[in-house]
Design a binder for this molecule. Structure first.
Ligand SMILES: [Zn+2]
Ligand SMILES: [Zn+2]
Length: 336
């Protein structure tokens, strides 16, 4: 089968023929239909995370959708022909304190698709049936691919924030994550404020369902949010330490700023800013399998499909280059 393989960090992926994966008794073989290109893939390929112990060569890609082609003997939940998705989390031990507390996405023994085991930049991918998710009817199998990482990343903190009806939710950054965050928060009944830079994405934010749009270039986002009464929840999807600092001021009483982007630069926080108003800063990483199934059902029920640009697998290096230059508007999806 054809695959795009990372053979060395910091080098272009190598397009080549590789053997098809052999499925174990509890695994399924999936014919890839779409694989989203996440910013994490860029970090992986560029070697930013080389200390994570990624075995080389590796086939990247953790936003995979496709059709089950073969199911192992012990698989009872899926059968050939089923539309499915394979996310970042491909194994959690079920026994460690994190798993036992219900936070399986924090399992130290976790296997990650496209990071520690082969992912979806290939014509076929295998995964344990227990960590493979059925894609509900009504979602386009190719366009749905980014839901498997970008979608769950924004849905999980929204879901766990409780009833958001009428509450102000700000989504800072309108990219692969942010555009889904706006749509999901709006569908949950929140008063959605999109935070973006420049005029470019303003119209898009309104189309996606944002009730108000803040231009962080004109004035600090936090000041503008504070004038609106402050946000109950802010999803920070933009990779900017400055935006992180700005957002804290925009939190309302008991408000929470949730960091969803891998911001590696230092940022300044004045602790007093958290004290008055009992504000919180939190991180959130993907979600549990239950969050994933809930998100997929929610997306199907509310007609929330990622806005994607489709590119053939063979052009993956160009796609990654365009992502490095910030030229992918929202999300790219590779097709076989
Ligand atoms: Zn991702
Ligand atoms: Zn565990």
């Amino acid at each position: 089968m054809k695959a795009a393989v990372c053979e060395a960090f910091g080098k272009p992926l190598v397009l080549k023929e590789v053997p098809e994966p052999t499925v174990g008794p509890d695994e399924v073989l999936i014919r890839m239909k779409g694989c989203g290109v996440c910013h994490s893939d860029l970090h992986l390929v560029d070697g930013d995370w080389k200390d994570w112990g990624t075995p080389l060569p590796i086939i990247p890609g953790h936003e995979v959708t496709g059709v089950v082609e073969k199911a192992g003997d012990q698989v009872t939940t899926l059968k050939p022909g089923d539309p499915v998705g394979v996310p970042w989390m491909q194994y959690a031990c079920g026994q460690c304190p994190a798993c036992r507390s219900g936070a399986e996405m924090l399992c130290a023994a976790q296997k990650s698709t496209g990071v520690t085991v082969h992912g979806g930049y290939a014509e076929r991918v295998k995964a344990p049936a227990a960590f493979t998710h059925r894609i509900p009817d009504g979602l386009d199998l190719i366009d749905a691919a980014p839901l498997l990482c970008a979608g769950i990343t924004v849905f999980s903190p929204l879901r766990h924030a409780g009833n958001l009806a009428g509450k102000t939710v700000a989504v800072a950054g309108i990219g692969g994550l942010g555009h889904l965050g706006i749509r999901m928060a709006a569908a949950m009944g929140a008063h959605v404020v999109a935070v973006t830079r420049g005029e470019d994405k303003k119209a898009l934010a309104h189309e996606l369902g944002a009730h108000e749009v803040i231009d962080s270039e004109k004035e600090k986002a936090g000041n503008q949010l504070a004038r609106m009464g402050g946000a109950f929840l802010i999803l920070l999807t933009g990779i900017s330490a400055r935006l992180f600092e700005d957002c804290i001021e925009g939190l309302g009483p008991n408000g929470t700023l949730v960091v969803l982007a891998a911001i590696a630069d230092p940022a300044k926080v004045i602790p007093t800013a958290l004290l008055f108003g009992q504000k919180k800063i939190a991180g959130s990483i993907i979600g549990t399998r239950d969050d994933m199934d809930a998100m997929l059902a929610f997306a199907a029920d509310h007609g929330i499909a990622p806005i994607v640009e489709r590119h053939p697998l063979g052009t993956v290096n160009d796609v990654l280059d365009r992502m490095r230059q910030g030229k992918i508007r929202l999300r790219a999806v590779l097709t076989p």
